[in-house]
Design a protein around this ligand. Sequence first.
Ligand code: 16G
Ligand code: ZN
Length: 522
Amino acid sequence: MDLGTLKESCSQYNNPSKVKLTYGTAGFRAEASLLPSTVYRCGLLMALRALKTGGVTGLVVTASHNPVEDNGVKLVDPTGYMLDQAWEAWANKLAAADDEDGTCAVVQELFQVEDIPYGSSTVMLAHDTRPSADALVKAAAAGVAAMGSLPIACGQLTTPQLHWMVRQCNAGLKHKEKAYYEALATGYARLVSGHPAPSEGLIVDCANGVGAAKLQVLADRLAPGLSAELRNTGAEGLNDCCGADFLQKERRLPAGFQDVPEGARCASLDGDADRLVYFQRRGAADEVHLFDGDRIAVLAALLVMDLLRSLITAEQPPPTVGIVQTAYANGASTAYIEEKLKCEVRVTPTGVKHLHAAAEEFDVGIYFEANGHGTVLFSAALVQRLHELGDDSGPAKALLALVDMVNQAVGDALSGVLLVEAALRRKKWGLPEWAALYTDLPSRQLKVKVADRSVVTTSHAETRVESPSGLQQLIDSAVAAAPSGRAFVRPSGTEDVVRVYAEAATQSAADDLARLVARHVH
Ligand code: 16G
Ligand code: ZN
């Protein structure tokens, strides 16, 4: 790395707005025009991270389910997971640098403190369909190149596709986009082989995002094995009255679904296809029955446990299965998992990085946020054991198919569609049987605008308020007065608000509880 060249390059990407962006729950996010300097510096950072680890890293330009004017950046470690949390502080420090001198000083400090060897590394870059993508990918590539490293432009991809590709690449496995479809499609075909397809196809709301084109490729590969009609596949209207986040928050039909018959099996992806929910039209208006991340986790657990049962022998300890949720998980889902599935539940703070880490502690770790982000992780020891059982065991073969089909780097809506479709198909279930497993407790989410959201701090996986003092007691007494009540508040990691969640035996009790708690936050 040549300091003169670096400084010259950094000076092209100073931050004139003086708006200091910070690394949120899953990277940086802001109105797109504020982002070039931050994305450039993320390019520097990921080149350094690659040098430090000796692997290839990744960077995705996306603002997920946010409006089209926004953009952002998600950073991928060589494992395929999100950037190591210990490095988030470096990301913030780089983003906050005033000018080229400040930026270069942080780069030099990073080299020293992290003991990074000089050399050249590789960073894979991808982006979603936002019009601001090109300029920001250019900024990221300039950052990587300024470190004397190689940016590889992978073009438009879903966020989980790039995570998958980075993970495969560092494992020395096939990692091109084509290999992704191959892994998912062949895994699915093996998993459902001998199990007839349902008579009705799936209708998918693609949020007018990058998932549309990618899911089409997958569906074409699988035809006629997967019959899916894709909607909201346009170049306009990204996340506008559609997508998984809209469904989960609004609980009503997305745009373009007015004509779907009641009972049709529908699914919805978010703008970068890392979240998935299923839904079904209910009644004549635009009301829907939502099958959220909790319910997908339960279905995944049923599939896995059915298959694992046959592997249990007296000689070997049974594989451990755990489900990881956040405080947002509906209480009815948690009760079902603990009481009916007799499966261990762990609760972590919001954000994939926390759930993912907890899920790694099991042979099969299933994690899902209620908002539809999640996946299934398999331990190396279990995969090894499955290979040993090899061709003699149908369930072992099916589990190995699942290992290939599931994106173990990060939650992936495309892989998730196949997971749900395969699980339903193997059980000969439609949505009614899936819905009948348990009934969600009515819930309500509110957000409260506050001058400074950081005054609210929490503990116990965000279920208890630590400060301001006295707030938790007020929440406790509100909860005690509501039938089957539960409530918590937490500062958002992506917006300048404090979020309130409440659930109770009836919708009006949940609404009242949420309103009361929100008043206490004000
Ligand atoms: C980000 C997180 C998501 C979390 C959400 C919470 C990742 C990849 N994404 O979208 O998991 O549910 O933030 O947002 O970690 P909030 O902090 O504003 O409630
Ligand atoms: Zn997303």
